[in-house]
Design a protein around this ligand. Sequence first.
Ligand code: ADP
Ligand code: MG
Length: 352
Amino acid sequence: MTGVTLSNVVKKFGPVEVIHGVNLNIEDGDFCVFVGPSGCGKSTLLRMVAGLEQTTSGAIRIGQRDVTNLDPAERGVAMVFQTYALYPHMTVAENMGFGLRMNGHAKDEIRAKVAEASRILKLDEYLDRKPKALSGGQRQRVAIGRAIVRGPEVFLFDEPLSNLDAELRVDMRVEIARLHKEIGATMIYVTHDQVEAMTLADKIVVLRAGNIEQVGSPMDLYADPDNRFVAGFIGSPSMNFLDGVVEEGRVRIPALGDTVIDTSVALPTKGKVLVGLRPQHLNVTAGPSDITLDLRERLGGVSYDYLNTPQGERLIVESRDDAMLPEGTAVQVGFDPSDALFFDPETEKRLR
Ligand code: ADP
Ligand code: MG
């Protein structure tokens, strides 16, 4: 049992509170991703689990143990950072074995553990090289290897792929997913990149300004967000949000030529709602309209159409149509009303 539990965890730096009482239960063997914009507290929360930051109040448990006041070395965790921090004068094998050597482990045991990590990470042919003779991706694999040889109960990753170029990032993402499958240990992974979160996580924790906005599986968060923030953060390109006016239990959308849609959600009796529509759920056809197709981004398999509405709202539509409309065309926007999500414009909470 080596899940991780956070109970009412608060962090203050001096007088400034940056984590506001976080409750979270990460199951044994979960791949849990903390995602959120820069400065929301992801690293601080992870560093508190690692023991690199003191917890101001609340408790952290790893398995059955309360680790809140334990030293990092006593917690059974290993952390991988964005910067690899390898020792330049040591070989790959020496870098990976260094922690064990410092703790007085026997040479044979160190050799066996390094060999096992090297096999998992496909580093066998690089064991005698120095870090400067490795690519960025290989260096990051060594840093992960250093964590593996310590045999931690919980792996902690803080934006480990941010220093890699885009192609390598995708490769390493797959490697880390494979590593989790093979080792099966609990992993907590911090990223600001929602694509990384979606592809790696069993469980995503969306953070904003020191609070958890929502916890769920990737597809839960995508299909069933609790609020506007999560709806806009998860999914690429972002969900479109349009003003809607409630009229006799239905919603009129001025930006879409006063389209009126039915819905079974509990709407307020009158006033405004925010209508959320994913780019994947919209389609465009040429027709009399005061909406124009302003710009098209072609990505090969799909295109993104950027539309301007007379209200000045911007809409993105994903299209796969071969007979694509030219830029500047007047377009009508179609969608299935059951794909629309509704939010309270004041609280930004989802209406269900
Ligand atoms: P993230 O990793 O999500 O980008 P951080 O956890 O690094 O965010 O930071 C969360 C907040 O805490 C930020 O406002 C940051 O400025 C603040 N913060 C982080 N570390 C310190 C520190 N050592 N002293 C003071 N403020 C800090
Ligand atoms: Mg950070």
